[in-house]
Structures are given as structure tokens and as C-alpha cells.
Design a binder for this molecule. Sequence first.
Ligand code: SAJ
Length: 478
Amino acid sequence: MSSHVSQKIAERGAIKKIGVVGMGYVGIPAAMLFADVVQFEKVYGFQRESATSGYKIEMLNRGESPLKGEEPGLEDLIEKVVDAGKFECTSDFSRIAELDAVTLSIQTPFLNKRDLLPNFSALKEGLKNVGRYLRPGMLVVLESTVTPGTTAGFAREILEKESGLTAGTDFALAHAPERVMVGRLLRNLREHDRIVGGIDEASTLRATELYSPILTTGKVIPMSATAAEVTKTTENTFRDLQIAAMNELALYCEAMGINVYDVRTGVDSLKGEGITRAMLWPGAGVGGHCLTKDTYHLERGVQVLGKDLLDYPAGEPSLYVLARHVNDFMPVHMLNLTRQGLKRVGKQLSGARIALLGWAFIANSDDARDPPSEPFREQAITAGARVVVHDPWVRSVPGVEIEHDLSRVLSQADAVVIFTGHSQYRSLDPLTVKKLCETSRPVIVDGRNVIDPDAFIRNGFVYKGIGRGDKNGHPLAE
Ligand code: SAJ
């Protein structure tokens, strides 16, 4: 154990004042849970006064949540800790100098969709801000999902350069990846086990002291910082892989004329120790800020950290990247199903009016980051279709008109394409939809298995569904 940083930590005593950099889906609930811990005296939420996010500072200091969508308990908790004076949001990063621990929860989106390189600029700016005010004995924790090797790599370098201090000697440094799911942020933070990985044992111990008090049923799982980075990227890579396995099965079932959900039920009936299969759900594609990029973080990590040492089948693509490509094909498949459906009624994509139901990447949420609906809309427009988008949760998206009146979106639609499994779409009534479409043969494409194929088929629809090889070639009702 490094005696130096432990000594400085001991001189500082127990953690009392905490900073959270990045007031987003991860930083806000984390900050509120820290502020609700009795032994932590004060939590500062640091937010840049940026044009897009600066509004959060006033909202949070009024005790209001800038996050929309269903987040059980969050609004009340924010109001509680703000009223108690235990939390304050600020853009004054110099307050960091007063703190014992600082966490960074800053998104790492792609620079662009082509070369799949992460945009670390915001994270690097956050690290510079923290480094500028870093003091001996402080703990810095990265919560953002990063390429394996980052914490001990450029994060450490930036912090040391800005502060003149040395990680592991003057300050503690760790990675504790977030594992939250939109819609259950607080519950996940309290109940999921927390991976805590320090650059050394003293850093791991200090980070454990920070996170243990907010865990209810979850427990800390200690490891190295790089192992923690690989754990985080792997948990999403494996989820993406499992979804891709279901999507490929769905495509196979369509080609073989069977119902993928029958197969899913059959395989899922295998129960018991070690024989259960992870049968997830096929769908219109995989979106969000986690699964669409974490595979590439893991791939980049092994290229950087394991270069020349990786033994892998020559010439074969990464299984994980192939899974990404299968999942990214699903919006293309949805367009192919739409094209096939329109063709059955003598229409084509060019000139067709498509009602795209669901923009958010996940059901009953307003989270519209990297949604599979986006490539579908772009490719449909390129093919000459007019696309109108409905979403009951998403307020607005730059460059995409989101309509909130479902009847208006369905009006005169040649094809209705369901991309997100919002609960509202489960109650679509065939006759009502058909009347709004004003055509005798509307097409409906179900990307999330939310409607009953027979109810629409017997009312004259042309039906297509992901994995529904048993229905996709149905006879047209008279
Ligand atoms: N999806 C499918 N089929 C499935 C599950 C999801 O097509 O069976 C699609 C969704 O429609 C969505 C995308 O995949 O477009 C991602 O869905 P998700 O449920 O994985 O939601 P995320 O992206 O918010 O994943 C998060 C991750 N959590 C963190 O990164 C902390 C993931 O590791 C969790 O497993 C997931 O939440 C969860 O299970 O809560």
C-alpha cells in the first residue's frame, strides 16, 4: 500500500465534503444520494454554464429535477437535500479545493458515427477543472464509461499536469463505473453492486469509503482501475451480444416462416443451474448511450493495452463488433419490412407517408440518445418517403419534428412503423388507425412486438413484425 497517499488521507480524516462534476442522468442521482448520507456534510454539483445545460443550475438549486421521464423518488430527494442545505449546484469549479472527494460523471459520446472514436473532450475539460483545484489527500473518481486504460492513462496525466501533484502519492484516483438505467436511477445506484477500482490499494479503499454509505442491498466489489473499466465496458458489450443473438434468431425465424417468440419461450424453458439461456428480446434495433459505444471502448482497450499480446483467430472479426453490426442492421431490416409491406399494396417507399411511432431509444422514457429510429428515418427519407414522427415522451430533437398528437401522425399514413415499445402503442386500435390512415390497406410494421398481428390482419392491414415469420407472409383479408 502506498504510504504517502494513505498518510495524506489519514491527515484529512473521514470524507465530509464531496463534489460531483456533470449534472446529468448519472451525476444528479449520485449527488443526491451522497447529500442524503448523514456523515457527508456537503455536496456540490458542478455544471458548466453551457447554453444547452446551464439551465440545470438554477433548476437544481430550486430543488427541481432537470431530468424528465419517470424517475421514482428523485424529485423528492432533490427537494429534501436542497432544503436541508446539503446540496448546491454551481459553475464555480474553484469550490473543488474545499472538498475531500470529487467524482466525474461526464458523457463520452462518439466524435462521429463513422470512426466510432469517443469524444473525450468534455471529460478532459472536467479533469482539467478538477486538476486545477486538486489538493493533497483528495480522492478523484471517474464514473464515466471510458476505454480501458483511461483512468491510469490520460486521466491521471491530466490531473497530475494541472495540479503538480502525483497520483498514488499525493491524491487517490479510482474508477467506479455507473450502472444506472433510465427510469430507475436511484434504485440502481442503491441496489446494484458497485465496482470500485483504484490505481492502487489505498485509492480503492478511499473510494470504497465514498460509495459504501449510499448502497442498500448493493455491495462494493473492489478491483484495479483497469479491471473496473473492462468490467463496465464488458457488461454492456455482453448485453449487446445477447440482444444481437436474439436479433439474428429473429431474422432466421422470419426466413424460416416461424415465430421467434415461440422459440424464445421454448429455449427459455430451460431452467436450473448453469443451463438457463440469456434470452433477451429481438427488436427494431439497439440505441442509447451505453450499448452503442461500450463495445468499441472494449475493443479499443484491448488494441491499446493488449497490442501484440492478443492471440485471436486470424482474419476473424471480433464477435462483439459483429454483434454491433447485427444490431445496427435492425433499422435497415425495419425499412426492408416497410418496403415489402408497401409493395404488397402496390406502393413503394418513394412518395409514401410513413408514421414513425417512437423516437426514444427505450420504452416509456424521453431518452433520445442514439435511437435506432434515427437511421431508419434518414434512410426512409433518402428513399423518397415522407416520415412523420410521434413520441409521447420526447419533447424535441434538433432537426427532427416530434409530433405529440398521435392522430395527426397517423392521418393519411401509408405505413405505420412502431420503433419504441411505449405503453401507449400497445392499445392501438386497428379500426381507429385504419380510419385515420384513410386507406383500405394500411401497412403496419411492429418493431417491438406490442400489437396483436391477427387483430390488424383481419381488419385489412398488411402486417410485418420482427421475428414473425409465421405472420409476415399472411394472406390479405377480404
Ligand atoms: N434492447 C433490445 N432488446 C432487449 C433489451 C434492450 O432490443 O432485450 C434495446 C432497447 O430497445 C434499447 C437498447 O437495446 O434501444 C438498450 O436497452 P437497455 O435496456 O440495455 O438500456 P440501456 O442502454 O440504458 O442499458 C442500461 C445499461 N446500464 C448501464 O450502462 C449502467 C445496461 O448495462 C443495463 O443492462 C441496462 O441498462 C439494464 O438492464 O437496465
